[in-house]
Design a binder for this molecule. Structure first.
Ligand code: IVH
Length: 715
């Protein structure tokens, strides 16, 4: 078993302060920015580094709240939102593989009602009545990592991880070492991409960690991380020594259909020699699905491998095709997740960590306890209100019970690292336990720590004089999604900072000139490694605009927001000029900034403030003077006969529902409008078309029927 949770990120989004329905637009904008940043940070930690920082349940809660807010304020939703994305950036070292058919993720359901909602949505989309027969499959959701295996004429020719869904990593040689993956298939279509989950059993995970520990190597937090770390080894001989397994549950490209139903297709995969999950069931509606869920949940503890829910899929593949996909998830499937796991233990101490933006994050130090097979000794406590038993509006949480050192507390996790403290048992509170007093000064630099109006978080005001903030900012600067400097990890940043060699990003680019000789003398370094580091730093003197903006570490400006800003301003010069002349809340530059879809007042204020703060601005200028910033290269539009066209559907469509038609058209790059105007390019009219058809005729807009529409878009 492994001990996990050495550090805790701030995950305040999991405990929203204000109900989504009560948010005003500004608050929504601020929260979208914050949640986006938190989700992206978690994505990076999880996918790129195989080292998750928050639990699945927390992650799901963050993403769910983000999606809810976006649904209420669609005007604030960024096209780059993490809710539109499947995975995360790729690790370096593997060749990239573009998936012929995108690898999708699954939408999640947590409550029983969400399962019935799913069934209702599917029926509505397909225009099926409540009593029409509709069959689903239910199967365990394996907690591993997905893999796509491409077979041509029965031979395994390529294996790729999911990556961001469109492009994954080529791990063919590694996949060939997995016993469950056949190298040859007989009777399979000429081209077949088999998809499934690579995972590690509990027993193998335990043995691997023992071996690792004996060898003085790093141990893994859980079987999923062990599976991911093992599959993504640059040396396939290491993968071969790791006991990985594979369950097939789907497919991507296929030169001919495997079957007419999901269930039969899985049967074919089993015939080809794949392991398929024996608990897969056919269900004739939500009640049967719930039954399957309960049965699988009961078996969970004895399966010998981790599962984190049950996946429901529409069985009929024709209906699956009609239902199609949203941006990142299919409409025909959903993952019903298990509730998080719980345990009780003693709260030994509360430590405060200081983050990049000065946020003081309280971390619970716990008497070690096993939660779902992992020993937990740290958990996040979110913020001071959370400890005090209230939300930011002063409303009670946990019935108003505060958390004190010495308390008997409930720890909550869902199969992953950084759990949280969810409840406290007052009957076991020691008599001398004192209410926790949240520090009003920064434990790292002694500066005053203040809480701004409306902010749940108390922040150190020390800025760059606070060593914790400075180091975290530098770590952020060199991180993968920012400058991604190979060979310059968090530990080096800390060491170089302590030596006084780097205190702000610009110093990294003068490190060689100013401290090259000292570095070469340093233990663990030599001519070659120092030269490699300086070469890696030099490589980043040219940097894309979005990465630079993100790397600056300005509060509320996450990876997606940085891309939005870069896309809008195009060049550093334009961006910098606009930020310099912008005034908070007034003038054209402010208007332009806040008009960017996805940039709210909160983010805009933070940006303008950063560019007007003397010290911060000087530090940015010093940095940029050493760089060549690449302007944004704009992506070409989707290629299709309807790309860029505005289309209106009217009348009854016979081959598809209106929602289906809209989704198809949008996927082909068209805009679908609700009413006909001079800007409409095409009207697709079915029987019964009335005023809209008349209006189209009057305006001379081209009008076609459903058949012609299908012919136009290729069926
Ligand atoms: S189907 C288009 N079935 O869960 C649908 N996914 O959260 C693609 N997973 O990326 C996924 N067990 O890695 C499917 N029985 C199962 C699964 C499963 C585990 C994973 C898979 C996927 C993720 C989505």
């Amino acid at each position: 078993m492994s001990s996990v949770g050495k550090s805790a990120g701030s995950v305040s989004g999991a405990f929203p302060d204000v109900a989504v329905k009560d948010l005003d637009e500004d608050q929504a904008g601020a929260e979208i920015a914050r949640l986006t940043e938190e989700v992206e940070a978690a994505d990076r930690a999880y996918h790129t580094l195989d080292a998750p920082e928050i639990s699945d349940a927390e992650y799901d809660a963050l993403k769910r709240r983000l999606a809810e807010i976006e649904a209420r304020f669609p005007q604030l939703k960024s096209p780059e939102s993490p809710t539109e994305k499947v995975g995360a950036p790729l690790a370096e070292g593997f060749a990239k593989v573009r998936h012929e058919v995108r690898m999708f993720s699954l939408a999640n359901a947590f409550e029983t009602e969400e399962l019935t909602d799913f069934d209702e949505r599917v029926r509505k989309y397909l225009n099926l009545g409540k009593d029409a027969a509709l069959t689903y499959t239910a199967e365990p959701k394996i907690d591993g990592l997905s893999l796509s295996l491409r077979y041509e004429r029965g031979r395994l020719v390529q294996a790729a991880t999911r990556g961001d869904g469109e492009t994954g990593e080529n791990v063919t040689e590694n996949a060939r070492t997995i016993g469950d993956i056949p190298h040859h298939l007989s009777g399979a279509p000429d081209v077949l991409e088999v998809r499934g989950e690579v995972y590690m059993s509990h027993a193998d995970f335990g043995r691997l960690n023992e071996r690792q520990e004996k060898a003085g190597e790093k141990t893994f937090a859980n079987p999923r991380n062990a599976a991911a770390g093992s599959l993504r080894q640059l040396d396939p001989r290491i993968t071969a020594e790791r006991p990985l397994r594979f369950f097939a549950y789907g497919w991507g490209a296929a030169s001919e259909p495997l079957a007419e139903t999901q269930f039969d297709a899985i049967g074919r995969l089993a015939e080809f020699g794949f392991s398929t999950n024996p608990l897969t069931r056919l269900c004739d509606g939500p009640d049967a699905l719930l039954d399957a869920y309960r049965t699988i949940e009961q078996k969970r503890a004895t399966l010998g491998y981790d599962i984190d829910g049950v996946v429901y899929k529409v069985n009929d593949l024709g209906l699956q095709r009609r239902l199609g996909f949203r941006t990142a998830t299919p409409r025909w499937a959903i993952a019903h997740k298990f509730p998080a796991e719980l345990a009780w233990t003693r709260l030994e101490a509360i430590d405060i960590q200081v983050g990049r933006t000065g946020a003081l994050s309280p971390v619970a130090r716990l008497s070690p306890v096993t939660v779902g097979g992992v020993v937990v000794s740290n958990a996040t406590l979110h913020n001071e209100d959370y400890i005090a038993g209230r939300d930011a509006k002063g409303n009670p949480i946990r019935d108003g019970k505060d958390i004190r050192v010495g308390d008997w507390v409930q720890v909550y996790r869902a199969g992953d690292v950084i759990p949280k403290v969810a409840d406290v048992d007052l009957s076991k509170r020691p008599e001398d336990a004192e209410p926790y007093e949240f520090p009003k000064t920064c434990p790292e630099c002694g500066s005053e720590a203040i809480r701004e109006d409306g902010d749940a978080v108390r922040r150190c005001t020390g800025g760059m004089i606070c060593p914790a903030q400075a180091v975290e900012k530098l770590k952020h600067f060199v991180s993968r999604a920012a400058f991604d400097i190979e060979g310059l990890g968090g530990k080096h940043v800390e060491a170089f900072y302590e030596k006084g060699w780097i205190s702000e990003p610009a110093d990294i680019f003068t490190l060689g000139d100013n401290h090259g000789d000292e570095l070469r003398q340093l233990e663990g370094w030599g001519e070659k490694s120092a030269a490699n580091l300086f070469a890696a730093i030099d490589m980043r003197r040219r940097i894309p605009l979005n990465r630079l903006i993100f790397a600056l570490g300005i509060r509320h400006v996450g990876e997606s927001s940085a891309s939005l800003l870069a896309n809008d301003y195009g060049t550093w010069e334009a961006f910098e000029a606009a930020m310099t002349s912008a005034r908070i809340g007034e003038g054209d530059d402010w208007k332009r900034l806040t008009n960017i879809n996805g940039v709210g007042d909160v983010m805009a204020t933070s940006l303008v403030t950063a560019f007007h703060q003397e010290a911060e601005r000087a530090s940015i200028d010093r940095l940029v003077s050493m760089l060549e910033v690449e302007p944004v290269v704009r992506r070409g539009p989707v290629e299709s006969p309807v790309a860029g066209k505005t289309i209106v559907f009217t009348g009854t469509l016979e081959k598809m529902t209106r929602a289906e038609a809209k989704a198809r058209a949008e996927a082909l790059g068209a805009k679908v409008a609700g009413s006909v105007s001079a800007r409409t390019d095409l009207v697709v009219a079915g029987p019964g078309a009335g005023s809209k058809a008349k209006e189209a005729e009057r305006l001379g807009v081209e009008m076609i029927d459903e058949e012609a529409w299908l012919a136009l878009i290729g069926g």
